[in-house]
Ligand binder design. Structure first.
Ligand SMILES: [Ca+2]
Ligand SMILES: [Ca+2]
Ligand SMILES: [Ca+2]
Length: 278
């Protein structure tokens, strides 16, 4: 019997293609496309909220601390729903971070009761941007917003996604920004109102949200009348269902096409070799 086996030689072109594919897949772990879906869980007559501000960032950025004072960016978000100042503040301390707002499927406006929407974010550096922050202004209110004091970790230190997450936003996630006192005539989302930056908030610090009961019975910008029974988030905050936010990683088309290119490269290399040998 002949035990000698032919030595298998990897053609150079094939070897280069394999190296390229290994490189593509190793660097792919540093990037991710994340879909953020947000749903307003209120019934008709309940609270609306502004497009969900979403940010993927490092530990350098912290949008707020309960007990502290709001930045100009958080004040703008909590009083008017705008995110431009907050985005500038974030980019100042964390230039590589990624952010944007998630609108409802219905258009570029607040999420009314029952509405949902989603947006995909391309996180090109998941090692740097391990954390996720979400914020939104409650409508109607003067300076009430929802969010988490501590950002959620989505990626580990090596940049690997820790898995899909479902965040249940409850009454316990509602905060008063401490930047404007209660005045139903100064709040946005109410036809006829001109939102103003007054009266001043007596306490001036970020704290658990206060009752919005004085807004009950008012006809809102979405045509619905705010129902007193649907806005009591203080009796049992943890059971008061505000929103559901879903964080999912979705397959990257770029990686799929690079993989396809790699496979085609293998095929071409094999064909070229065959042609050469023939
Ligand atoms: Ca904080
Ligand atoms: Ca203010
Ligand atoms: Ca306030």
């Amino acid at each position: 019997m002949n035990f000698s086996t032919p030595v298998f030689r990897v053609p150079k072109a094939l070897f280069r293609t394999i190296l390229l594919m290994l490189f593509v897949f190793s660097s792919a772990s540093q990037a991710a496309i994340i879909r953020v879906t947000v749903e307003n869980n209120a019934s008709v007559g309940g609270l609306s909220f502004t497009p969900l501000y979403s940010a993927f960032h490092s530990a350098a950025f912290d949008a707020f601390d309960v007990g502290g004072t709001a930045s100009a960016g958080l004040e703008q978000l909590a009083e008017l729903g705008g995110a431009s100042t907050l985005a500038s503040e974030r980019l100042m301390v964390d230039p590589g971070s990624v952010g944007g707002v998630v609108f409802p499927t219905g258009g570029m406006r607040p999420l009314f009761p029952g509405e949902s929407g989603y947006r995909e974010f391309n996180i090109t550096d998941t090692v740097s941007n391990q954390y996720f922050t979400f914020l939104s202004m409650i409508l109607p209110s003067n300076d009430t917003f929802f969010g988490r004091d501590n950002a959620l970790q989505l990626f580990d230190a090596a940049g690997y996604f820790l898995g899909n997450q479902v965040i249940n936003v409850t009454g316990a996630d509602l905060w008063d920004a401490g930047t404007e006192g209660l005045d139903t005539t100064a709040a946005p989302f109410i036809p006829g109102n001109t939102p103003t930056d007054s009266p001043a908030d007596a306490l001036g610090v970020i704290r658990a949200a206060e009752s919005l009961a004085s807004f009950a019975g008012i006809t809102l910008a979405n045509g619905q009348v705010l129902d007193a029974n649907l806005i009591d988030f203080l009796s049992d905050p943890a059971s008061f269902n505000v929103a559901t936010i879903t964080i999912e990683q979705i397959p990257e088309p770029a990686i799929a096409s690079l993989f396809l290119a790699g496979v085609l490269g293998l095929g071409l290399a094999a064909r070229r070799r065959k042609v050469h040998l023939n």
